[in-house]
Design a binder for this molecule. Structure first.
Ligand SMILES: Nc1ncnc2c1ncn2[C@@H]1O[C@H](COP(=O)(O)OP(=O)(O)OP(=O)(O)O)[C@@H](O)[C@H]1O
Length: 707
């Protein structure tokens, strides 16, 4: 047999082992590697440990592996690591699986909403903090975990804060002997659970030697971050020990502007090109505040690029923001083609935990889009605010992970000194209904008395309780209602969407509502490039419903399903996929968003089927569906004013219909909407025309109160 001449190319095996060796070397050189023994000892000695270490020192990827090696996963127990963002949970899990030389989903896996790669053999599990909260609903003792690491705690997301209160309780309950009558101190339901457990113990003793409650070994809690106010956390956990890991792998030089910039987008653009033309090789990461800014900077770079000499045009622009489907988000982690420099335009999604290979330069204009909530008006909005010092630190930390890096802060140094040390906890600036629903489901009766690390305002709690009451999730006694409140808590959705699904099963339009909720859970499925706005509008006209955006969305979903079904009987999978992408492009539809929505649809459908809801369709009777929308979203209703603007009934605010709505020109008398966005004006998005009288008929609990 003729032998194949391989030339000087290394074969795959050699490449793999070279990569493994590189990883082993990299791990050894991390600052954290030298303190492995000490850290493990500290975890053994302390039930709560606070670990503060510089960005890139190896906390997220290494500590779980140290604990695994030290035997914390014996008897099938799991080390859980929570992250505030799904992209971090996913990419870190992939990296750690690679470091361990295992397939993702075996020893190391991740679990985020609508995407779970873990299996029975997973021992190191990365997940979002919200996901762990949901797990606690099913297993209040979080019994499979020996250690829970709350990573990036400085971000103080609402889930992190609630999680900390929860973990404190779980730890207390698990360290007390269950047979002594101790129980989770949440409320009556858990007492019942403990009693059942004791019964199980009696039975298990009959059959096994080992009583069942022995499985509740103490839980270790680790709170971790690079920029953490260790003292506040330590106090919260009763004087818990804090350890500091010194040193970082590579230095990052920080540069400031001499004077304040008036236009940070323009300043970002100039800095990108300055780095590209004057600095050595290395990719650039730019922090912007949202999709719109990212797309506008992307467009500006593309416009400017052809003006450069040919040899300088090799710039690859890759955006990343939360609303981008995850496969597209993952593009930022792929290396740029040879000779190209990658410019990543990111929101704060890339601010913590993630390592993007190749990044040497970070551009930080110093702004972030943050949630803000006005409990008086019941209005949540996103506003652009300066970052905190700790966010600036995290951003610069994204450089210098594989070698020395540079960070360009687009503001003067004296401005940095004026920044807040840390970001205001999200719990103090968001609508709390989701959190309260979950706490109620966990048996926390007294929300105002819950041991929050920082209490939300009384007004915000009361407003959210009121909203849950109006949605029928709470009884007059402020208990979770049966079955509606319990059903709502089981669904991984905003309470208002959960309620819509429950109502839809009564209105015989659950199929339609499932599609709607899935599509509202992703960023717009319509793709309208600025330079082709009219073309896009004409192409999507065939889906438009005069009744509004919800039915329009259903029309697109169904048309795409019909297309796929028909093609898949005629063509191979690959050809169907290609034809599908072409169909989406021709119709100005974001194929990835639509696919993501389909995936979410499948998962929510699983939940509602499990709950035994009636999965029927209203067929062509869209009146029924619109009435159901009115019954579900009565809190978001608006009526037309004489001058053509709208008044939101719940808050009294004056709003306008967003230009992307199919009702933009029609201006019906009364609408329900799903989103209120505030730019220069206040806009409502995703609307359906309803009859005002339906509101009083279908939501008398609210509209009777209003009159
Ligand atoms: N996906 C990856 N590809 C290449 N190197 C990686 C990857 N993930 C981590 N690393 C390497 O491991 C180092 C430690 O990463 P790790 O996320 O554990 O640090 P950290 O201390 O948790 O940082 P941070 O506080 O920023 O989250 C990085 O600086 C980088 O050198």
């Amino acid at each position: 047999m003729p032998s194949v001449h391989r030339g000087n190319f290394p074969n795959r095996q050699t490449q793999c082992s070279a990569r493994r060796q590189k990883i082993v070397q990299q791990r050894k050189s991390l600052p954290i590697a030298s303190v492995e023994k000490r850290l493990v000892e500290e975890v053994r000695k302390n039930d709560v440990l606070i670990i503060v270490g510089e960005t890139g020192s190896g906390k997220t990827t290494q500590i779980p592996q140290f604990l695994f090696d030290a035997g914390f996963c014996r008897d099938g127990r799991v080390i859980g690591v929570t992250q505030p963002r799904r992209v971090a949970a996913v990419t870190v899990a992939k990296r750690v699986a690679e470091e361990c030389g295992v397939e993702l989903g075996r020893k190391v896996g991740y679990s985020v909403r609508f995407d779970d790669t873990t299996s029975g053999s997973t021992r190191i599990k990365y997940m979002t903090d919200g996901l762990l909260l949901r797990e606690a609903l099913l297993d209040p003792y979080l019994s499979k975990y020996s250690v829970i690491i709350v990573d990036e705690a400085h971000e103080r997301t609402v889930h992190t804060d609630v999680l900390m209160g929860l973990l404190k309780n779980v730890q207390l309950a698990r360290s007390s002997s269950v047979s002594d009558g101790q129980c989770l101190r949440f409320g009556k339901k858990n007492v019942k659970k403990v009693m059942t457990l004791e019964k199980e113990n009696e039975q298990s003793e009959r059959f096994h030697k080992r009583p069942l409650y022995e499985k509740y070994t103490p839980l270790k809690i680790i709170i971790m971050s690079a920029s953490l106010d260790a003292r506040a956390f330590s106090e919260y956990f009763g004087g818990a020990k804090a350890v500091h890991i010194q040193g970082r792998q590579f230095p990052v030089d920080i540069f400031y502007t001499r004077i304040a910039e008036t236009d940070y987008l323009d300043a970002s653009l100039i800095t990108i090109f300055q780095i590209h033309l004057e600095e050595g090789p290395g990719d650039i990461l730019v922090f912007l505040t949202g999709q719109e800014e990212i797309e506008s900077v992307e467009r500006l770079i593309k416009e400017k690029l052809p003006q450069l000499p040919q040899e300088n045009q090799k710039l690859l622009i890759v955006p990343i923001f939360a609303a981008l489907p995850s496969e597209q988000q993952m593009r930022v982690f792929a290396p740029a083609p040879s000779g190209f420099r990658k410019v990543i335009l990111a929101t704060n999604i890339a601010e913590t935990s993630v390592t993007i290979p190749g990044i040497k330069y970070v551009i930080d204009p110093g702004f972030v889009k943050a949630r803000s909530y006005d409990p008086g008006k019941g209005m949540e909005s996103l506003i652009i605010v300066p970052t905190s010092k700790s966010q600036a630190l995290q951003r610069s930390g994204r450089a210098g992970r594989e070698g020395p890096g540079k960070c360009f802060r687009l503001y003067p140094e004296k401005e940095f000194e004026k920044l807040e040390d840390s970001t205001m906890p999200e719990i103090k600036r968001c609508n709390l209904s989701n959190v309260i629903l979950q706490l109620k489901a966990l048996g926390v009766d007294d929300i105002l008395g819950f041991d929050f690390i920082e209490k939300p305002s009384r007004e915000a709690i009361i407003k959210s309780l009121e909203q849950l009451f109006l949605l029928g999730a709470l009884t007059d006694e402020c208990q979770l209602s049966d079955p509606v409140g319990h059903q709502m808590a089981r669904l991984p959705l905003d309470p208002i969407y959960s309620k819509a699904l429950i109502l839809a099963s009564q209105f015989n339009c659950l199929e339609e509502m499932l599609i709607t909720v899935a599509l509202l859970s992703v960023e717009s499925i319509f793709y309208s490039p600025r330079d082709k706005l009219e073309e896009a509008r004409t192409a999507t006209k065939c889906f438009s419903s005069p009744e509004g955006d919800h039915i329009t969305l259903i029309n697109v979903y169904r048309a795409s399903n019909d297309f796929l079904e028909k093609r898949s009987t005629e063509m191979s999978m690959a050809k169907t996929e290609k034809a599908y992408r072409k169909w989406c492009k021709e119709n100005f539809i974001n194929s990835r968003s639509l696919r993501h929505a389909r995936d979410i649809h499948r998962q929510i459908k699983g939940h509602v089927e499990q709950m035994g809801l009636n999965l029927s369709s209203c067929g062509d009777d869209m009146l029924q569906f619109r009435r159901c929308l009115a019954a579900s979203f009565f809190l978001n209703a608006a009526v037309k004013q004489p001058e053509g603007t709208y008044r939101a009934l719940a808050s009294g605010q004056v709003v306008q219909i967003h230009p992307s709505s199919v009702l933009f020109r029609q201006k019906p008398e009364c609408v329900i909407f799903n989103e209120l966005v505030q730019t220069n004006n206040k806009y409502v998005r995703n609307l359906t025309r309803v009859d005002y009288l339906w509101l009083t008929e279908l939501a008398p609990q609210y509209y009777a109160m209003q009159n």
